[in-house]
Design a protein around this ligand. Structure first.
Ligand code: SAM
Length: 190
């Protein structure tokens, strides 16, 4: 297939937005696979700030990233992404070039622990304030579980309401696939 699959498309957007030495955010660290991708893009002198509410997931991610020698330029917070503005050092405001959210539950983890629209939307709003112009925010929406369908609708309503003078908002979705495949919302701050 020549079209990017969903995660490939998310990664291609991040690759275009991120340069070595950048500061970026992984809003849903989980097992740390996106954190790894980001850490490699920002390099030794860049920094990744990661958030997750599950300590167990963060411990797994820390071990995984340590084995890859990537922990030196990563800071992981066992906190919700809705605390982004109070957690990230204020001197970095205006300097963040990209962020990613992978919504839903952790694959292989507790399926009862899922992202929620109110905290997801709060974090997106905060990031739009503190990211630099032309920064990219990628949201991968998984909506096959009941709370996921609610989160999908509320996040979509919110992002559709963002003023086009403030950001470009794109939806990337396969529309003929079965079983509620994930899709992407990409937001480029103007
Ligand atoms: N990107 C991850 C990876 O590469 O493994 C997968 C992320 S998983 C789909 C979603 C994660 O979001 C879960 O680990 C869950 O604990 C986390 N989460 C749920 N609510 C959160 C919140 N308010 N803030 C930060 N993380 C949250």
């Amino acid at each position: 297939m020549k079209l990017h699959k969903i995660l490939e498309f998310a990664h291609s957007l991040l690759e275009k937005a991120i340069s070595p030495n950048d500061t970026v955010v992984d809003a849903t660290v989980g097992n740390g696979y996106d954190t790894e991708f980001l850490a490699k893009l920002v390099g030794q002198n860049g920094h990744v700030y990661g958030f997750d509410i599950q300590e167990k997931a963060l411990n797994h991610a820390k071990n995984y990233l340590d084995k890859k020698n990537l922990l030196t330029n990563i800071t992981l917070f066992n906190k919700g992404h809705e605390t982004i503005k109070e957690t990230i050092p204020p001197h970095l405001f205006g300097n963040i070039s990209a962020a990613i959210f992978n919504l839903g539950y952790l694959p292989g983890g507790d399926k009862q622990i899922v992202t929620q629209s109110s905290t997801t939307i709060s974090a997106i709003k905060q990031l739009l304030e503190i990211m630099r112009p032309e920064a990219i925010l990628v949201v991968v929406i998984y909506h096959g579980h009941p709370e996921g369908a609610i989160e999908r609708d509320e996040v979509l309503n919110f992002v559709k309401s963002i003023d086009q003078k403030e950001a470009h908002v794109l939806k990337y979705e396969f529309i003929n696939q079965k079983n509620n495949p994930p899709f992407i919302i990409a937001i480029e701050k103007r």
